[in-house]
Design a protein around this ligand. Structure first.
Ligand code: FES
Ligand code: FES
Length: 329
C-alpha cells in the first residue's frame, strides 16, 4: 500500500532537516514510540507500541537512512517484528524545499505487513498507516513551530512541565558534520556523543573524572568529555576518535599504537590517542616530560605506559612534530 502527503512547516529548512535527524524529536512524533536510539551513523533501533484494529503489539525493528542529501531529503527504510502479530515494513522518501520563507515537506511511503496484521485487511491497515503518518507530521510541525504535542513519553514530560525548563538546543560540528539536537540541559558531552550521535568510540571508564577514556578534541584542545556539558560545548567543533583519520585510513597515532603494541584490551586507547593528539597539535616539544604531562589524566590498567610513550614519540616523528630523543618513562 502506498500513501503520500505534504506539510508546510513554518520553520527554516536547516531547522527542519536537523529535526528530521534528531532521534529525540522523531520519538516524540511517533505515536506509541517507546524507544528510538542510534545504533550507527544512519541507523536507529525503534520500539513502537501500535494498535491496528483488534491487533495490538509491540514492534521492535531497525530504521535506516539512505540516499541522504543534506537539507534536501533522504530515503527511510524500516522493518519491525511484532511477534505473533506479524511484521511491518516501511519505505519512505522525504523531500524538503523552501516555500515563501517556510519549508515544504513532501513524503511518499510504501508499507507492507505480514502475519496476523495481513489478515485484518489492507483497507484498515492502510487507514491506520495514513493516520499515523498524518499524526507524525502534525506533531512534527507543532513542535517545530514551538507548540507542544504529546505522543511519546519524552513529549509528555515536556507537557507536564517536568523537563521543559531544562531542555537545551545543542549545535555542534562533530567530525566535520553539523549536528543539532534538543537535549536535557544536564546532558554531558560524552553522553551526547555516545547516546545521541552513536559515537561509542569515546569511552566512559569512571564517574570521577580520573580515567581519561572519554577524551575528545574540543575546539583544538583535548578535553575530558565527561566534565563538559553538551550545552556548554554548543557552537564548538568536536573531533572524536572516529573522526581523527580520513574515512578508511588510520591516523599516525593509531598506526604507531598498533606497531608499538601500545594497547591490550584497548579500552583506554581512544582517550590516550585523543590526549596524545592534543600534545602533537600543540606544537610543543614531544619528549618524556611533555608526554607525561599530556597523559597524566589518562589511565591504562593493562598495557603499562612504556609502549604508549614509544608510540606517541613514533607518531610525533612521523608527523614532523618537534622531538628529541630521550629514554622512555
Ligand atoms: S569517563 Fe573517566 S575521566 Fe571521563
Ligand atoms: S589497553 Fe587496556 S586499559 Fe589500556
Amino acid at each position: 500500500m502506498e500513501f503520500t502527503g505534504t506539510q508546510l512547516i513554518p520553520a527554516r529548512r536547516a531547522a527542519v532537516w536537523a529535526a528530521l535527524n534528531d532521534p529525540a524529536m522523531l520519538q516524540r512524533c511517533i505515536q506509541g514510540c517507546e524507544q528510538f536510539e542510534f545504533t550507527g551513523p544512519s541507523e536507529w533501533q525503534a520500539v513502537v507500541l501500535a494498535a491496528v484494529g483488534p491487533v495490538k503489539a509491540r514492534f521492535t525493528g531497525s530504521v535506516q537512512l539512505l540516499d541522504i542529501e543534506p537539507l534536501v531529503g533522504y530515503r527511510l527504510k524500516g522493518e519491525g517484528q511484532g511477534g505473533v502479530a506479524g511484521f511491518g515494513k516501511l519505505e519512505a522518501r522525504v523531500r524538503l524545499c523552501d516555500e515563501a520563507g517556510d519549508t515544504r515537506l513532501d513524503y511518499t511511503a510504501q508499507a507492507q505487513v505480514g502475519g496476523k496484521l495481513a489478515q485484518i485487511g489492507s483497507r484498515l491497515v492502510a487507514g491506520v498507516a495514513q493516520k499515523m503518518a498524518d499524526q507524525f507530521f502534525s506533531c512534527f510541525t507543532a513542535l517545530l513551530s514551538g507548540g507542544a504535542t504529546a505522543f511519546a513519553p519524552a513529549a509528555r514530560e515536556v507537557d507536564d512541565g517536568v523537563t521543559s525548563a531544562g531542555l537545551a538546543r545543542v549545535q555542534l560540528t562533530v567530525n566535520g558534520r553539523a549536528v543539532e539536537r534538543q537535549v536535557d540541559s544536564r546532558t554531558l558531552l560524552v553522553d551526547f556523543l555516545r547516546k545521541d550521535l552513536g559515537l561509542t568510540g569515546t569511552h566512559v571508564g569512571c564517574d570521577t573524572t580520573q580515567c581519561g577514556a572519554c577524551t575528545v578534541n574540543l575546539d583544538g584542545m583535548a578535553v575530558k568529555s565527561c566534565t563538559v556539558l553538551a550545552a556548554q560545548a554548543s557552537g564548538g567543533a568536536v573531533t572524536t576518535i572516529e573522526g581523527l583519520a580520513p574515512v578508511g585510513g588510520l591516523h599516525a597515532l593509531q598506526q604507531a599504537f598498533n606497531r608499538c603494541h601500545a594497547l591490550q584490551c584497548g579500552f583506554c586507547t581512544p582517550g590516550m590517542i585523543m590526549a596524545a593528539d592534543g600534545l602533537l597539535r600543540s606544537g610543543c616539544m614531544v619528549d618524556d616530560a611533555s608526554i607525561e604531562r599530556a597523559l597524566e589524566g589518562n589511565l591504562c590498567r593493562c598495557t603499562g605506559y612504556v609502549h604508549i610513550f614509544e608510540a606517541v614519540k613514533e607518531a610525533a616523528h612521523a608527523l614532523g612534530a618537534p622531538t628529541h630523543r630521550e629514554t622512555t618513562a
